[in-house]
Design a protein around this ligand. Structure first.
Ligand code: FE
Length: 281
């Protein structure tokens, strides 16, 4: 067994998205542009409506997937192909944009806490122009694994201790767990090559890795997992921890990004802009 040591720890930075929503971006920054096949991770957590009410009005996507996981609050999405849905606490939307959609993601509340995550996953070259697809999973359809030591994990994608998550048919074979780790408990999980991934701490703190090169990862920080075949996370003796474990198979293909268009060449980006501007999405 080779434990994956953290190779980089990054603090999420506050940035403005949509029509002026404050988000904390941990991945997709100059410091950490991507972890193939992942392009972005934002945490949004605001209890001040001024920081979320403007939402994310109509905007396009092509060549990638967006994954929204809500912890608190409600969000309505609507796209130009007639798809509509409402995300409530614990719900997940895995949207494969493929050749293109134009959608809005708007808060459905005027007060209270709005808390969740958005992850961007790249699509392989062969699937970039695929038909758009939605997987909308209600909180009650996301299985939870409990271990004897008190650990609890929600399995959105991938599998843990023989329990598989509901998300299926994704090219990069992703793992997406929400793990609640009680104080002084250690979580181990096999994550063999070629999978690559990271951990994002969103409550408490925990040590990632084993031995002298393990590092303490505080709330609001992302740890990039180095080579190895096993993830190990140990909660501090004094604090519970909760984190996302996200991993997938790298694509090893050229990435050319322009906002919400993620393609392989500049020509494909020009084509995306032209298609969008002339109403072909
Ligand atoms: Fe979007």
């Amino acid at each position: 067994m080779q434990v994956r040591q953290p190779t980089q720890i990054v603090t999420a930075m506050a940035t403005q998205e949509g029509a002026g929503v404050t988000v904390h971006r941990a991945l997709g920054t100059p410091l950490l542009p991507d972890i193939d096949p992942f392009l972005m991770l934002d945490e949004f957590k605001n209890d001040d409506p001024k920081r979320y009410m403007a939402g994310f009005p109509d905007h396009p996507h092509r060549g990638m997937e967006t994954v929204t996981y809500m912890l608190a609050g409600a969000m309505r999405h609507h796209d130009n192909q007639g798809n509509e849905g409402r995300l409530r606490p614990g719900d997940v939307q895995w949207m494969t944009a493929g050749r293109g959609i134009i959608h809005s993601e708007m808060p459905e509340q005027e007060k209270g806490l709005m808390w969740g995550f958005q992850l961007w996953v790249n699509l392989p070259a062969k699937d970039k122009m695929t038909k758009p697809r939605y997987q909308e999973i209600k909180a009650t359809d996301i299985p939870e694994v409990s271990r004897a030591d008190g650990l609890r994990a929600k399995i959105i994608a991938g599998s843990l201790d023989g329990t598989a998550g509901p998300i299926s048919g994704i090219a990069t074979d992703p793992t997406y767990f929400d793990v609640a780790l009680p104080k002084a408990v250690t979580f181990e999980h096999p994550l063999p090559a070629p999978q690559q991934g990271f951990l994002y701490m969103f409550e408490g703190k925990a040590n990632v890795g084993a031995g002298p090169t393990a590092r303490l990862v505080p709330r609001g920080s992302l740890a990039v997992l180095g080579p190895g075949d096993t993830v190990r996370v140990s909660a501090d003796a004094g604090a519970d921890a909760r984190f996302l474990l996200i991993a997938g198979s790298p694509l090893n293909e050229p990435v050319v990004k322009y906002g919400p268009f993620v393609m392989n060449t500049r020509e494909q980006i020009y084509e995306a802009i032209e298609d969008f501007q002339s109403g072909r999405f």
